[in-house]
Design a protein around this ligand. Structure first.
Ligand SMILES: Nc1ncnc2c1ncn2[C@@H]1O[C@H](COP(=O)(O)OP(=O)(O)O)[C@@H](O)[C@H]1O
Ligand SMILES: [Mg+2]
Length: 336
């Protein structure tokens, strides 16, 4: 049974798979799905198919979808934007294919904390994936058979915590704060000591409606203001501008590093405010304040007391995978 950790975020779907006992295969793509055909994508990519997913099952026959950036280019919204039930399974299967998995799978899935806490929704998403038996292929590659056995569902952030414990085992049994800075939301979790381990304190954990996309929007507004126009370039262009520090609009160079920096500072301020309110005097007893998610690095510049986890984007997916492996007697640590 092949084990996978899959973290379906508001922004990106991340996967980690074990390869001969090591956690070594990763994949990430935008969490977006739209029904599409090969011909739709060919017009987009000049004949070169990218991210076309085909799923075939006995009951409903064959369905084709564009996934990730291809779906966004065809006008799809990000998953979760308008409910997720149709898009969820294709994202999970695409993630499995992207890390080269097939056959019998056991999946540990991450959900945004807000989704996870709605028990009905959590159960529905699990049911949509568990027991699935299909043939699927990505980008015209040979179809592979998938049968998904046991599915475990966890809140995002929890996976990152588990992967942190593998790097810093001494954190177990201490107060630990974890901030997972995602695309649209930022989840904060407090882990409190109980009987020698630390467990998530649900009352003091939550989700904020701020994330990397908000910081990118601030840069977009800044650029529009500088060029004096209703200028609304796609997010991918803004991301590129942030990476380079400059964007050229109508022949004019606009430098964006300062705007990006102050957007990051604003994000940090909002997050700090929220955790101070939620954690109170426990802030003083934290053994570590950990940062994960694609926005972890952005926040780190403004929170010198915090520590970014290794491979922060994949921290959740890796942690879920570790969790799935720990359930397996061949991988279980001696103490469990
Ligand atoms: N595959 C990717 N390609 C480009 N950027 C990415 C990718 N995955 C994550 N990121 C960066 O990390 C940010 C937050 O992503 P992530 O932590 O995956 O969010 P979420 O968990 O909310 O989906 C993105 O806005 C982007 O800047
Ligand atoms: Mg996330």
């Amino acid at each position: 049974m092949r084990k996978l950790g899959i973290d379906v975020g508001y922004g990106f779907t991340k996967a980690a798979a074990e390869t001969e006992g090591d956690i070594s295969r990763h994949a990430s793509f935008a969490s977006a799905v739209i029904a599409a055909r090969n011909s739709d994508l060919s017009t987009l990519s000049g004949g070169q198919v990218k991210h076309l997913l085909s799923i075939e099952d006995m009951a409903s026959g064959r369905s084709e979808y564009a996934i990730g950036s291809a779906a966004l280019a065809l006008g799809a919204d990000r998953a979760w934007a308008n409910g997720v039930r149709t898009g969820y399974l294709p994202l999970v299967i695409a993630a499995a294919l992207a890390v080269g998995a097939s056959g019998q799978l056991e999946v540990a899935l991450g959900l945004p904390l807000g989704v996870y806490l709605k028990k009905d929704e959590r159960a529905r998403l699990r049911a949509a994936v568990e027991g699935v038996n299909v043939w699927a292929s990505l980008d015209k590659a040979e179809a592979r058979q998938f049968s998904i056995g046991r599915v475990r569902v966890y809140p995002q952030g929890y996976g990152a915590y588990l992967s942190a414990l593998s790097s810093f085992p001494a954190l177990s049994g201490q107060f630990v704060g974890l901030i997972d800075v995602g695309y649209r939301t930022t989840e904060y979790l407090l882990f409190s000591p109980t009987d020698g381990v630390s467990i998530p304190d649900e009352k003091r954990s939550g989700s904020l409606d701020v994330g990397v996309s908000m910081a990118l929007d601030a840069v977009r507004s800044y650029v529009a203001q500088e060029v004096g126009a209703a200028y609304s370039p796609p997010t991918s262009l803004i991301e590129e501008a942030v990476a380079r520090g400059v964007i050229t609009v109508r022949g004019r160079e606009v430098h964006v590093s300062e705007a990006w920096n102050s957007a990051g500072a604003m994000l940090a301020e909002q997050v700090l405010d929220a955790i101070h309110r939620a954690w109170g005097e426990r802030m003083d007893f934290l053994a570590a304040l950990l940062l994960a998610g694609g926005g972890g690095e952005v926040l780190a510049r403004h929170l010198p007391e915090a520590q970014v986890l290794p491979r922060p984007v994949y921290a959740n997916a890796e942690g879920f995978l570790m969790r799935a492996r720990a359930q397996d007697p061949t991988h279980a640590p001696a103490s469990t």
